[in-house]
Design a protein around this ligand. Sequence first.
Ligand SMILES: O=P(O)(O)OC[C@H]1O[C@](O)(CO)[C@@H](O)[C@@H]1O
Ligand SMILES: O=C[C@H](O)[C@H](O)COP(=O)(O)O
Length: 947
Amino acid sequence: MNPLKELQTHGQSIWLDFLARGFIAKGDLKAMVERDGVRGVTSNPSIFEKAIGSSDEYDATFEKLLKGGDRSVIDLYEAVAIEDIQNAADVLKPTYDELDGRDGFVSLEVSPYLARDAEGTLTEARRLWQAVGRENLMVKVPGTREGLPAIEQLTAEGLSINITLLFSQKVYAQVLEAYISGLEKFAAKGGDISKVASVASFFVSRIDTAADRQIDDKIAAANDEERKAHLATLKGKVAIANAKLAYQHYKGVITSERWKALEAKGARVQRLLWASTGTKNKAYSDVLYVEELIGPDTVNTVPPATLDAFRDHGKVHDTLEENLPEAAQVLADLADAGISLDSITDHLVHDGVRLFSEAADQLLGAVAAKRARMLGKKIDTQAFSLGDDLTHTTKALTDDWRAEGKGRRLWKRDASVWTGHDEAKWLGWLDAVAREQNSLRLYQRFADAVKRAKFTDAVVLGMGGSSLGPEVLATTFKQAKGFPKLHILDSTDPAQVKRVEKSINLTRTLFIVSSKSGGTTEPNALMDYFFARVEKVSGQQPGVHFVAVTDPGSSLEKVAHERGFIHVFHGGPSIGGRYSVISPFGLVPAAAAGIDLKKFLESAGAMAHACGADVPPHENPGIQLGLALGAAARAGRDKVTLSASRQIEDFGAWTEQLIAESTGKNGRALIPLADEPLGKPDVYGADRVFVDLALNGDTSREAALAALERAGHPVIRIAVTDATHIGQEFFRFEIATAVACSVIGVNPFDQPDVEAAKVKTRELTAAFERDGTLPEETPLVTDGNLSVYTDDNNAEALREAGADGTVASWLKAHFARIEAGDYAALLAYIDRNDKDVAAVQKARIAIRDAKRVATCAGFGPRFLHSTGQAYKGGPNTGVFVQITADDAKDLPVPGQKASFGIIKAAQARGDFGVLTERDRRALRLHIKGDVGKGLAAINAAVAQALS
Ligand SMILES: O=P(O)(O)OC[C@H]1O[C@](O)(CO)[C@@H](O)[C@@H]1O
Ligand SMILES: O=C[C@H](O)[C@H](O)COP(=O)(O)O
C-alpha cells in the first residue's frame, strides 16, 4: 500500500505544503489526491513567493488583469492567489464532501505584516474568507500574542482557522483554549459548530535547526568526551519530543467534560497539524518528521519532496505516543544543558514572522516590478546614478525601511516614522487620488458650467500650495478649446497685479480664490481688489465671477457666502497646502481650464499604486527617491538641482515648495534649486544632487547630465512619458519628500518659520494702519539708483571686510563670506515678468559660476510661502541678497489703508528682519526709479564684486 495512504488508517491525514497555478491546472494536485490520499493543501507567503514571485507562470494573467485597468500590487497578487486557493479548494471539494467536512481543506494565510496587529488580523481574515468563498477554506492566523484573541473571535464567528507559527507547548495550549472558547461563543449565539473546523500548525523542523545549533555550541564548549557524547544524543530529538508532549496536552483536553459538551453539539476537534516537516538537516532521514509523528486526529503537511520520499520509503506505525518518557527526558536534558526551549520557541515565532514578512516583501516586490514592466509607458521610470557611497547608504536605508516596515507605517499614518508629533493628522493626501476619482462628476459639472459661462480667463488668487500646483497645470497644458485661459496671481507687487489685470477681460474672467486657511494676506487682498474691480467695470454682482477653494469653516468661506460666490469648494483639512495639488486646490483650477481630470487622476493613480503601502521599499519609486535624497542630505549633498523639459519646467517651482517647506527646519534642509540652468561640472561643489525630468524622450540635457555624472555628481533621471503624467510626478515627489524628511529627522508637515515672518509683517502693516507710514529706514550707502541696507551685525562684518561707499564693495564683502557648501539666494520683491526674471537669473548664474555654489532666485512674496521656510529654518548656510524697489505705481487694497505696495514692503522687511534675527548673512539692495535699470546696476555691481 502507498505509505501515504496508509497514514489514513492511523488517523493521520497527509496534506500538501505547496501550491502553484500550473500544478493545479495540469491536474497534478488531483493526481496526488487520488494516488496518495492527499486531503488538504497549505500555503504560506514563502510558497506564494516561489510560485508567483520567482516564476513567470502568472505573467499572462497579470497582463490580462492590467488590460482591464490598473490595479494595486496587492490586488494583483491577491487576485491570482485567491484564484489558486479557490482552484485547490475545488480539487479538494469531493474529499471534503465525502468526509462530511472532516477534511479536504485548503489554507490561505493572512498577511504576515499583520502578525502583531489583532484588529488588522481580524479584518483581513474576514475579508479573505469572503473573497475565497469556499467552505473548505481555512484562514491561517499566526499564534502570536496578537493573533490569539483573533483566533477566538473568528472561531466565534464560525470561520475555520488554521493557527500557524506554533512552536511552544504553552502557546499551543492557549490556542486550543481559544478555539474551545470560540466554539462555545458561536454555539451560544446559535451557530452550527459542526461546520467549524480548525488545525493547530505546530512547527517541527525549525526547532531542531535552532536547538541543534545551540547543542553544537555546548558540545564545542564541553571539555569532557562523555558530556560531548551525551549532548550529541539530543540532536535531532528536541522538535519531535516537543511535538509529542503537545499532543499529550491535546489528549487531555479532549477527554475533558468541557470538550465533551461541545462534542455533543457536533464540535470537531482542533487537530494538531505537524508543519515545517521537510527535513532541513541533510544528515537526518528525509522522512524523519513524518515517521516519528504518526497518530490519530493529526495532520502532517509536507512539501512535495517529502511527499515523494515518504511514498517511496516511508514506514508507518503509531509513533506519536511511543517513548513519551524519553521525550520528556530530552527536554529535561536540554534544560540541564543550559538551553532554554522557551527562548528558542519565542525566538522562532519572532523569526517566523520576520521570514514570512521577508517572503512577502520579495513576492510583492516581484509583482510590483512585473506591474511596472507591463504598464510600460503608462508609468514613468526613474534611474539613479548615485556613485558608490550614496548607493551604499541608500541601500542601507532601504534595508532599514524594509525591515522596519516603514513604508507601511507611513501609509498607516504612524507619526513615529518622523518625529512622533502631529504628522498623522496631515496624511490625507495619501489616498487623495481615489477620493478625487469619486468626485469626478462634481468637477465635470463645474467644468461644464465654466464652459457655458464662456469665461475667457480664469485667475487663481492664492499662495504657495494654493498656487504652485495650478501654475504647473496652467503651464504644462495647452488652453483647452472652449475653456478660459488659466492665470496664476501670487504676488502683492502692484505692477504684477496690474499686469495680470491688463491681460484679462474683467467682465469675462473667473476668479478662483484659493486659501486653505482662508486667512492668508495675499489672496484676501487680491480678492478684495478684483471683487471691487469687477463690480466697477461690469456693474454686475461680482460674486458670479468668483469661486473659493478653502477648508471648511474658514473665514474665506464666510466671505464667499456673504458675497454670493458661485461655489465654495472644500479642501481636505488633513492635507497641508504643499501636498494639496491632488485635491480641490489643484483640481478646481484644472477643471476650470478644461484639463482632462479623468486622465490626470488615472495617471496619478498609477504612481499612487506604485508607491503604495504594499510595495516594499526596493521597488517603491517614491520611497527610493526619498531615501536617495535623504541619503544625499546626510552626506552633505543637500542642494537638489531640479531640471526638466521645457513643457513641464514649472514643476520645479512646485517641487521647491514641497521640498523646502517640508525639509527645511530645525537647522536641517534639502535646499531645492529650480531654474538654475545646468552648467559644466566645474561650476559645482560637492554639495549637489541633480534630479532631471525628461518629457517624452527629450535628450536635450543628456550631455550635461552625463558630464555631471562622469564628474562624480549624483544624477537622478526621471523619464516622463507624457505631459499628463505630471500627476504621477506630483505623487512620486510627495512620497519622496515625506520619506526624505524621515531620513533627515524632521516633521514634513509643518512650517514653523514662515509664521515668524508673517508676524513681523503683521506688526509692520498694523503700524502703517495706525501711523499711515512704515517706520523710517536709513540706508548704509546710496550709490546711484541703489541703496544698501542691513542690520548692525551684518553691516559691521561687511565694513570690516572692506565694504565702503559702493554697492559693488558691499557685494564683494558679502560674497567673500560664501563658503563651500553654502548657497546664495537672490530674493527679489518685484514684478516676476520675463525681463526681470532674466536679469535676476543673470546675476544668479554669475554668482554660481564665480563662487561654485548653489544659487536660488526667489520672487517675493511668492517664495515666502515656499523656499522661505528653509532659508529661515534650515541650516545657516544661505547668503542672501534681498532686492526691493520703489513701485512706479501703487494700487490700493479696498477696505484698508495699506496698499499692495505697502504690504509688499512690509513683507520684504518682515522677511529680512527674521533672516537677520537668525544671524543669516543678508544684504538688501533697494532700487529707486526704474526697476529694469536698477537690475542692470545690480548686475554690473555683481560682476564687479565677483571679478
Ligand atoms: O492656502 P493658504 O492657507 O492660503 O496658505 C498658502 C501657503 O502659505 C503657507 O502656509 C506658508 O506661508 C504654505 O504652506 C501654504 O501653501
Ligand atoms: O503550514 C505550513 C507551514 O507554513 C510550513 O510547513 C512551514 O515550513 P518550513 O519551516 O519548511 O518553512
